[in-house]
Design a protein around this ligand. Structure first.
Ligand code: NAD
Length: 418
């Protein structure tokens, strides 16, 4: 047993890999290699705190597989970060990038720290020191980090600067998710949320329904949920309910989303939003809507509460919001679930666009980014749905199967699984 195997997330990823591997009869040698990351780096990150004491944090970068291209995956700053979790998330990135047909491998990193407990200067120092420590692994053609939980565009700007100072030259493609002023892409902020809506559109079309007029409930009003709500509303869907950590709100005819966004900009939380009825978190999950998009947390629909769900379609904007067991039970009841690996892939797609723009030093306008994002999301949906129809498998199993088939082919061609 290796240290990764003690992580529940890593164990779960391995179970998913074994299951989908069985469905496509994955080459045993490819399976063996995919079970272990290619490379891991563990670093200590000393920070001189504002009170002059030195505190040492642990940081990780895990590179899982590069059969399809340079390693790519986010960086998480969170107290629960550990090597096993990072290794599991790196493995998932390999699967996600393959599913979306991006020329990228999978990686992930993080620091075991609560960023909200640090001052801005402590956080900047932590980011710069961590960047220097992992500089031997990252680079535009090697491994390209991006934001994840607890990191944002500012973190990426500091990383770009620290990496450039360390190596002696400027290469904006070393990280993605940067502010547009320093080589970021237009449309990166809204990419994951918009991807969720493009996927909802396709899922509805399976039932001969249009997004226009369809009812939606969205859990979470952060980077993913808010942008999903804005676009869905703009395209004519009735967003009847949304929620955040402060509560959930409802309007039977559809919420006025621009008004909700304005309320959030002024108050930071949904509580107190005018022209809406307050409902409970459970009521939102149990709403009789065409599309339920959980875009907040993992594990919100479980064995214990799946029976309250009435939505015809679930689009997993968050990572892992429906547990494996709940997913099986809901699928039996006829609920159509689009898994996270597909549904929330819009973020990494536009990260890929950002990397391409940085390499070419030529930047696209927003329409170009959006239309290319929509094309990739729709096409990825069609491929997964096609597999699901042909083999009688759920969308979740089919997404993994499509991803593994591509990986297996690349690994065989490169001689990684013979
Ligand atoms: P975020 O922190 O910007 O937003 C999270 C939202 O969820 C906030 O509105 C918060 O108030 C709300 N929330 C927290 N607890 C809640 C609860 N109990 N009930 C209802 N709402 C609650 O985070 P985000 O970037 O929007 O990420 C959300 C999910 O999407 C995470 O699972 C993340 O891993 C996943 N994801 C994000 C991206 C991205 O590009 N941001 C990409 C892929 C996946």
């Amino acid at each position: 047993m290796y240290v990764f195997d003690q992580s529940p997330l890593y164990q779960n990823v391995m179970a998913v890999l074994e299951d989908a591997g069985n469905v496509i009869n994955l080459n045993r040698n490819a399976l063996e290699r995919l079970k272990r990351p290619k490379r891991t780096l563990v670093v200590s990150v000393p920070v001189r705190m504002d009170d002059d004491q030195i505190k040492v944090f642990m940081g990780y970068r895990v590179q899982h597989n590069q059969a399809l291209g340079p390693f790519k995956g986010g960086l998480r700053f969170h107290p629960s970060v550990n090597l096993g979790e990072v290794a599991g998330l790196a493995t998932l990135m390999t699967f996600k990038n393959s599913l979306l047909n991006l020329p990228l491998g999978g990686a992930k990193g993080g620091v075991e720290v609560d960023p909200t407990a640090l001052s801005k200067s402590e956080l900047e120092q932590l980011t710069r020191t961590f960047t220097r420590e992992i500089a031997l692994l990252i680079g535009q053609d090697h491994d390209i980090p991006a934001p994840d939980v607890g990191t944002d565009a500012q973190t990426m700007a500091w990383m770009l600067d620290a990496w450039s100072n360390h190596t002696g030259f400027n290469q904006t493609g070393v990280v993605t998710g940067k502010p547009v002023e320093v080589g970021g892409s237009k449309g990166r902020d809204s990419a994951t949320g918009h991807g969720v809506v493009f996927i909802a559109e396709k899922a509805l079309s399976v039932f001969q329904r249009d997004l226009k007029g369809a009812s939606m409930a969205i859990q979470g009003f952060g980077k993913v949920g808010m942008h999903a709500a804005i676009l869905a509303h703009r395209l004519g869907a009735k967003v009847v309910a949304v929620s955040d950590v402060s509560g959930a709100i409802y309007h039977p005819e559809g919420l006025n989303i621009p008004e909700v966004v304005q309320h959030i900009e002024e108050n930071r939380i949904l509580r107190g939003c005018p022209n809406a009825q307050v409902i409970s978190h459970e009521e939102l999950l149990g709403m009789d809507v065409d599309v339920l998009a959980p875009c907040a947390l993992d594990g919100v629909i479980t064995e214990d509460n799946y029976h309250i769900v009435k939505a015809k379609i679930i689009v997993e904007g968050a990572n892992g919001p429906v547990t494996t067991k709940a997913s099986e039970e809901l699928t039996k009841k006829g609920c159509f679930i689009v898994p996270d690996i597909l549904a929330n892939g819009g973020g990494v797609v536009v990260s890929y666009f950002e990397w391409v723009q940085d390499i070419g030093w030529l930047f696209w306008n927003l329409d170009e980014v959006e239309s290319k994002l929509k094309t990739i999301m729709h096409k990825s949906f069609d491929v997964v749905h096609g597999f699901s129809q042909e083999h009688g498998k759920s969308m979740r199993t089919s997404a993994m199967a499509v991803s593994l088939k591509r990986l297996e082919k690349a690994m065989k061609l490169r001689g990684q699984a013979w």
